[in-house]
Design a protein around this ligand. Structure first.
Ligand SMILES: O=C(CO)COP(=O)(O)O
Length: 214
């Protein structure tokens, strides 16, 4: 199972969390990665943790002030990127452009979506994975895999109807190993989570608990 820890703009120490991600990754069969803010990518990647960007823009080299170029993210050490997170929503054409930019830079892609219908649209754009995250559960500590299992199963069905190669992650409120196991039982191949680790007093302990049954 893929466990991707999104640090958003939480006031945690990104290097300390990355070191925990790196160490826990070595002790589990799960694949554990971390997505820090763009400004922290290089320092995080230097820890040896698998590092993802939270966003790239649908642009190429050139006159794009304030944008995030996929090649720069890759050069900083990221191996993948989220696209269209619920907190960084894009128009469909820009989701497509961002996935193409990420591919151009050799980045793996996870396109986020709010519901199964959007998951179908996201899967049609050919990312490596899609992630269903109901916005109303994000940051609540109420796990999507237990509070709204139908949305996960329907997302898996919607993605597979479009492209059987696209894997499906789920996220929102995931913080324990039990939540992650429940996600796997519903057909998800991974989980996307943030506050359960980024806001934990002891991120290493939180991560160890999360991967323990995986
Ligand atoms: O948005 C999320 C991950 O990208 C989920 O956030 P929480 O794990 O804090 O609910």
């Amino acid at each position: 199972m893929f466990v991707l820890v999104n640090l958003k703009t939480y006031p945690c120490d990104p290097v300390a969390v990355a070191e925990a991600v790196r160490d826990v990754n070595e002790s589990t069969a799960a694949r554990v990665a971390v997505a820090p803010q763009a400004a922290h990518l290089e320092r995080v990647a230097e820890t040896g943790a698998e590092t993802w960007a939270q966003h790239v823009d649908p642009i190429d080299y050139g006159s794009n002030t304030g944008h995030t170029l996929a090649e720069s993210v890759a050069e900083a050490g990221a191996v993948g990127t989220l696209v269209n997170h619920s907190e960084q929503r894009l128009k469909l054409a820009d989701v497509d452009g961002a996935v193409r930019a990420a591919e151009r830079a050799g980045l793996e892609t996870v396109v986020c979506a709010n519901n199964p219908a959007q998951i179908g649209a996201a899967a049609a754009l050919g990312p490596d994975a899609v992630a269903v995250e109901p916005p109303e559960l994000i940051g609540t500590g109420t796990p999507v895999s237990q509070a709204d299992p139908d949305i996960v199963e329907d997302a898996v069905e919607a993605a597979q109807a479009v492209d059987t190669d696209v894997s499906v992650l789920c996220g929102a409120g995931i913080s324990t190993g039990e939540d992650a196991v429940a996600a796997g039982d519903l057909g998800a191949e991974g989980v996307l989570l943030a506050s359960g680790v980024a806001k934990a007093d002891d991120p290493t302990a939180a991560l160890e608990d999360l991967v323990e049954p995986l």
